[in-house]
Design a protein around this ligand. Structure first.
Ligand code: SF4
Length: 195
């Protein structure tokens, strides 16, 4: 829909008159999003502000968490402009930090398992998952563990298992996973952030 300057002023007047613009075929979603953002800004202004540091990598960017004083819950996380490392900016991982909090209703809370050749996911509990992972790792190492290479040198490695770390793994968890993987003789160890 083309809107002339006069038409725009007419529409602007219509807003003041409380006429529903959506009935004119105009998409109000950006306006609603802007209004929601204003509400969020007001909440941020009145919230308790807590500073912390992003856990994902050694850069150590500063974050500000806004905590609702009534519910005690975090409702916004953004870069800290006063932090000397990042001065308010964040990479994509840090910028998505809020999605890790319990406020994200889409966050995975259960183990999802898809059986070989199946096209659907099943919910499983953690004990089931731990037992299955342990069984598969043990069976694979028993079957495929390599003690020496073609030159007769001791290598003690497992080439049939790979480990790929997730983007939601922090520095300390990466270290832990790396140590555990090496202890089991894994050589194919990688991380999503590097890929
Ligand atoms: S925001 Fe990005 S660059 Fe900064 S610490 Fe987190 S992961 Fe590292």
């Amino acid at each position: 829909m083309d809107v002339t300057r006069r038409g725009f002023l007419t529409i602007s007047g219509a807003v003041g008159s409380g006429i529903a613009l959506s009935s004119l075929g105009i998409n109000l979603n950006p306006t609603k999003a802007y209004a929601n953002e204003l509400n969020k800004m007001n909440r941020v202004r009145t919230a308790k502000q807590v500073t912390t540091v992003c856990c994902y990598c050694a850069v150590g960017c500063g974050l500000i968490c806004s905590v609702d004083k009534v519910t005690g819950k975090i409702f916004n996380i953004e870069g800290d402009p006063d932090h000397p490392v990042n001065e308010g900016s964040l990479c994509a991982k840090g910028a998505g930090f809020f999605d890790l909090t319990e406020a994200n209703k889409y966050r995975l809370r259960k183990v999802l398992y898809r059986a070989p050749k199946s096209d659907r996911w099943e919910e499983k509990d953690w004990n089931w998952a731990f037992a299955r992972i342990a069984r598969l790792v043990k069976d694979t190492r028993d079957k495929d563990f390599i003690t020496t290479n073609s030159k007769g040198q001791i290598v003690n490695r497992t080439e049939s298992i790979g480990h790929l770390g997730s983007s939601n793994v922090d520095s300390e968890e990466c270290w832990l996973m790396s140590v555990i993987s090496r202890a089991m003789g894994l050589v194919y160890v990688d991380h999503q952030a590097r890929v």
